[in-house]
Write a protein that binds this ligand. Structure first.
Ligand SMILES: *[C@@H]1O[C@H](CO)[C@@H](O)[C@H](O)[C@H]1NC(C)=O
Ligand SMILES: *[C@@H]1O[C@H](CO)[C@@H](O)[C@H](O)[C@H]1NC(C)=O
Length: 478
């Protein structure tokens, strides 16, 4: 074992020296430290992100080397950028200078045809199809009603103590399934969700995937989810061919020859929907939970938010569905949404690979190198946001929030791969907050800590004690 390790170390050292000297010949690499062979600085990154305050990992390196530096993460030398201009260049030049690149364990679980892994013209087509299905007009005319209905349906069943993260997940899962293929919550969706959670767990077992039972279980669960989805796709395809369906959902858009869809295989559609489930469910439910956590810890902001929603409730009436103009009138809520996105950084950054030698800020990133554009690094930088590490929704009130003029706020990424569901996520969070603050008061039931690895989450799924607000007798509440 010792000899084996020794040989491996020597081998990787040789590769490093070669890589370095090759890179030096071509141009200057960003300064930095490659850490140990193979492991690099991965363990430092992971241990930082397992705490409530991961910032020192980036702070230390930015202080030593500047906002673009070289490190070694998840098995590869990587150029790490916490610089808004460099990030912009990386995100905007998708397909020209960079392409998306994710670890193998993630691509196995997502499937080859997920939006995350697609490239070129197919990606362009799928991305715009997704956009056309999640744009403001569609949300206003179709999705808002379902969002409001499913949020209320779930909250009606809440007991005195809930795990907010679990409840939020249930809501976003139901919403995503509804939007993708028009199924309302039922036994089928419940079962799908159970399998689905196993798949999600598998995503974040990156080290040594072959030996991990979580990962194996995830791959099996993925098979079951894919099977269930392909039954739905096949059935719908038959209906569409017979001209029987009039459903207005993502699946219909994918099958619709006239509307930009059509020509996809069942496997492509299943992979695609599976990946949209990840996107729609995991991230939005986390952002819901964290918004509530931050508000609970910032009573002034919560009070102002309540006032805004109380006004809407009084105007609209308790049991009426929320309208688009109600959403549009939630101006302080949008400050809270932006500030939550900025501080929480659910997607802390994106991985890319240089497809040619790229010059950034006087340095050269050699062709084939991994790049990590850290969105978090910019969002948490005092140069770009005053008192950047404090949750302060008011910073968005008069200005763009940031202190500098270049684009610094990119919670949904940017360029051709910007998250197509950005607006949808905002609306879901806003409606969730509306129904929460107008129906309940709550307090944190336990101390719960925020961590950022393997995903952004609170350790105990944020348990809260809730109380239903009593209204006057006239409104008939007991
Ligand atoms: C925003 O503007 C209002 C009035 O114009 C002012 O009272 C408030 O302090 C400003 N807030 C911030 C965060 O600058
Ligand atoms: C929130 O951020 C978006 C950019 O993602 C911006 O367009 C919008 O104006 C911001 N909202 C507020 C209230 O500042």
């Amino acid at each position: 074992m010792f000899v084996f390790t020794l040989i491996l170390s020597l081998l990787s050292l040789t590769i490093f020296v070669l890589l370095r000297s090759r890179a030096r010949r071509r141009g200057r690499l960003p300064p930095g430290n490659l850490g140990l062979p193979f492991i690099g600085e991965t363990l430092q990154l992971i241990s930082a992100y397992k705490t409530e305050n991961p910032e020192p990992f980036i702070d230390d390196r930015v202080a030593r080397y500047g906002s673009v530096f070289t490190t070694h993460l998840f098995g590869e030398p990587t150029v790490f950028s916490a610089d808004p201009e460099a990030n912009r260049l990386i995100l905007q030049n998708e397909g020209r200078l960079f392409e998306s690149s994710y670890p193998g364990s993630i691509s196995n679980l997502l499937g080859r045809h997920s939006l995350l892994l697609m490239r070129g013209s197919l990606h362009k087509r799928m991305h715009s199809l997704t956009m056309s299905f999640a744009n403001s007009a569609i949300i206003r005319d179709h999705l808002l009603l379902d969002i409001d209905r499913l949020v209320r349906l779930n909250m009606d069943a809440w007991t005195a103590r809930v795990l907010l993260m679990e409840e939020a997940k249930k809501i976003t899962f139901q919403l995503t399934v509804k939007q993708l293929m028009s199924f309302d919550p039922c036994e089928w969706t419940e079962n799908l969700m159970k399998e689905y959670m196993l798949v999600i767990e598998g995503f974040f077992t990156i080290p040594l995937p072959i030996f991990s039972t979580t990962y194996r279980r995830a791959i099996q669960a993925r098979g079951k989810v894919a099977e269930a989805l392909s039954l739905v796709v096949r059935e719908r395809r038959r209906e569409t061919e017979r001209g029987e369906t009039s459903k207005n959902d993502m699946l219909a858009a994918l099958l619709d020859e006239q509307g930009g869809g059509g020509g996809f295989s069942d496997e492509e559609i299943v992979d695609f929907m599976l990946a949209l489930l990840v996107a729609g469910y995991e991230t939005t439910s986390t952002i819901m939970t964290l918004a509530v956590k931050f508000l609970t810890e910032t009573p002034l902001a919560l009070a102002q938010l309540k006032d805004e929603h109380e006004e809407i409730r009084v105007k609209r009436g308790e049991n009426e569905a929320l309208q688009w103009e109600d959403y549009k009138s939630m101006s302080f809520t949008q400050c809270v949404v932006n500030e939550t996105l900025r501080v929480a950084n659910i997607i802390s950054g994106v991985f890319r690979r240089a497809i040619t030698d790229v010059t950034i800020k006087g340095y050269t990133i050699p062709k084939g190198w991994k790049v990590f554009a850290s969105l978090r690094g910019v969002h948490m930088d005092h140069h770009h946001f005053k008192d950047a590490r404090i949750f302060n929704p008011w910073r968005w009130q008069n200005s763009s929030g940031a202190t500098s003029t270049i684009s610094t706020f990119n919670p949904f990424g940017g360029g051709p791969r910007r998250c197509p569901g950005a607006e949808l996520a905002r609306v879901e969070l806003s409606v969730f907050l509306h129904r929460l603050v107008t129906q309940f008061s709550w307090e944190a039931a336990e101390q719960d800590k925020l961590v950022f690895f393997p995903t952004t989450r609170t350790q105990k799924r944020y348990p809260i004690s809730i109380r239903r607000l009593k209204r006057g007798e006239a409104e008939g509440e007991s």
